[in-house]
Structure formats: structure tokens, C-alpha cells
Write a protein that binds this ligand. Structure first.
Ligand code: G3P
Ligand code: CA
Length: 269
């Protein structure tokens, strides 16, 4: 039955998720940013996925290359060869002169496969299917690569990957293809109060946790999620004050652009 493999994990480890890598310090979704996240003791590196015209999954947040490269256009209209021409680092130096580093100039957009090849089993991956309606087939390709690099593990707890999406359809498709993969439902506007129970029960049919916007939740919500047997990893928590608040409320981890800061705060608890 749906949900049968998704037992509650009350003893779930507290996790530190490097959001787009250590993106507070280095250009998001580059190997450099992911490397820094791992060095800062993040348990997971977070990846957003887009897919090229020729079907290659790449790590990028937006559907266009405009914000995070020196190019313009939709990822879906570009080949991987075209994507590989782009500079994915210089924009960061221009926008953050106090954090700029010469080594960020000319960094490339990584493919998901390159990230798996680079890090192997040395980290965990918290992977988001972005705009899955724009990219039919992205889930199948994601599962092919997880299988190829043996990152799924024998069960949800041992998995090197967690898969997240704002799209329930995308997650349910993945759950139907491989019910052992742990999934997290992202929620930009989680239902609070009495409406929470029904939403959480529906999510529990296919996911092990929720990833709500930190700005939209409170202690009561965190307790409701925990009582439902789901895990809760709010995004994006960047100040020590909010990190402490999240931990006091009982979250199982956070997405942060500053994994070194969260690592320090975690030691207090
Ligand atoms: O995936 C968690 C968080 O990253 C969701 O927001 O827009 O940064 O992908 P976004
Ligand atoms: Ca994300």
C-alpha cells in the first residue's frame, strides 16, 4: 500500500543542508559552492534541477540562465554544449564584491552526473525537481542517474539522496517508480492550524517529510508535523537567531546558505 515503506523516523538525525551549496559564500550551484558546503560540515548539498533541450539534467535554480550566468535564454531551449559555454561564477563577484574570489571567474554549470561523479558517496544530496511540468521525463532521468551511481541505498534511511519538490505530481510519479526513495514535499504556503492534519496525512502517503517556508511556520506547526510522523526541514534559515528558534521548535534540520553558521548553532543543542 502507498506509504507502507515510510515508517516514522522519530530518531531522525538533525541535518544541515547546504542550500545551493554554501551559496552565502560562493556562486550557487557550482562545484565550488558544493565543495565549500561539504567543507563546512553540511550533511547534504542541495541541488535544483533543470533539463536541457537535449535531455541533460543540470544544477540551476531558475528556468533561465539569465541571473546566474553571463548568457540569456531558457534552459529548455539550449543544448548542454551551449550551457557549457557559459560563465556561472563572475556574476557572484559582481554582486558580492566583498566575497569575490578570482577562482569563481569562469566556473561552469555542472550537470547532475558531474556532481555525482565529483562527490560520489562522500556526501548526501537533497535534489529538487524544479518546474517538472516544463521538463517531461526529468524524474525518469533523475532516477536513472541515482541508480547508475548507486545512491539510492537499500531503504529510505540508508539513501544518499532525498528528493524534494513543490510539485506533488512529480513526487508521486517518483514514488510510483521507486517507493524506497525518501521524498520531501516542499510547501511555500503550508496549511496551519486545523487545516494542517489533512494536508500532512495526504503528504504522508508518498513522502517522509515536508520542507515548508520558515517564514510561514510556527512552533505549533512543527509539533503537528512531528506528531504526524513526518520530518520537517524548513527553508531558508540564514541567521543564528532563526536557527535557534527552528531548533527550539523541534525541526529535523534546515536549508541554509551558511552551513558553517548552522554547524556552530547545532553544537549548542
Ligand atoms: O528547496 C528548498 C528551497 O530551496 C526552496 O526554495 O526557491 O530556493 O528552491 P528555492
Ligand atoms: Ca531548492
Amino acid at each position: 500500500a502507498a506509504g507502507a515503506s515510510l515508517s516514522p523516523q522519530p530518531d531522525a538525525k538533525l541535518i544541515n543542508v547546504a542550500h545551493r551549496g554554501a551559496s552565502g559564500y560562493a556562486p550557487e550551484h557550482t562545484i565550488a559552492s558544493y565543495e565549500l558546503g561539504r567543507q563546512m560540515k553540511a550533511d547534504y548539498i542541495e541541488l535544483d534541477l533543470q533539463m536541457t533541450k537535449d535531455g541533460v539534467l543540470i544544477a540551476m535554480h531558475d528556468t533561465t540562465v539569465n541571473r546566474t550566468t553571463n548568457g540569456t535564454g531558457n534552459v529548455k531551449d539550449m543544448t548542454i554544449a551551449e550551457i557549457k559555454q557559459l560563465d556561472a561564477g563572475t556574476w557572484f563577484n559582481v554582486r558580492n564584491p566583498e566575497k569575490a574570489k578570482a577562482e569563481y571567474e569562469g566556473l561552469k554549470v555542472p550537470t547532475l552526473e558531474e556532481v555525482f561523479q565529483h562527490f560520489g558517496h562522500s556526501t548526501h544530496y537533497y535534489i529538487e525537481t524544479k518546474s517538472p511540468n516544463v521538463y517531461p521525463g526529468m524524474e525518469k532521468e533523475l532516477l536513472r542517474l541515482i541508480e547508475k551511481y548507486k545512491l539510492g541505498g537499500p531503504n529510505a534511511r540508508a539513501s544518499k539522496v532525498l528528493i524534494q519538490s513543490f510539485s506533488p505530481e512529480s513526487l508521486i510519479m517518483i514514488h510510483n517508480m521507486n517507493p524506497k526513495l525518501p521524498l520531501v514535499q516542499l510547501l511555500s504556503t503550508p496549511s496551519l492550524g486545523t487545516a494542517a492534519a489533512a494536508e500532512l496525512a495526504a503528504i504522508k502517503q508518498y513522502a517522509v517529510g515536508v520542507g515548508p517556508s520558515f517564514a510561514r511556520i510556527n512552533q505549533d506547526y512543527v509539533q503537528q508535523v512531528r506528531a504526524s510522523g513526518l520530518q520537517i526541514h524548513p527553508y531558508t534559515v540564514n541567521t543564528p537567531e532563526n536557527m535557534r528558534l527552528a531548533l527550539e521548535w523541534g525541526v529535523n534540520g534546515v536549508f541554509t546558505d551558511y552551513p558553517d553558521v548552522f554547524h556552530g548553532v547545532m553544537k549548542e543543542y
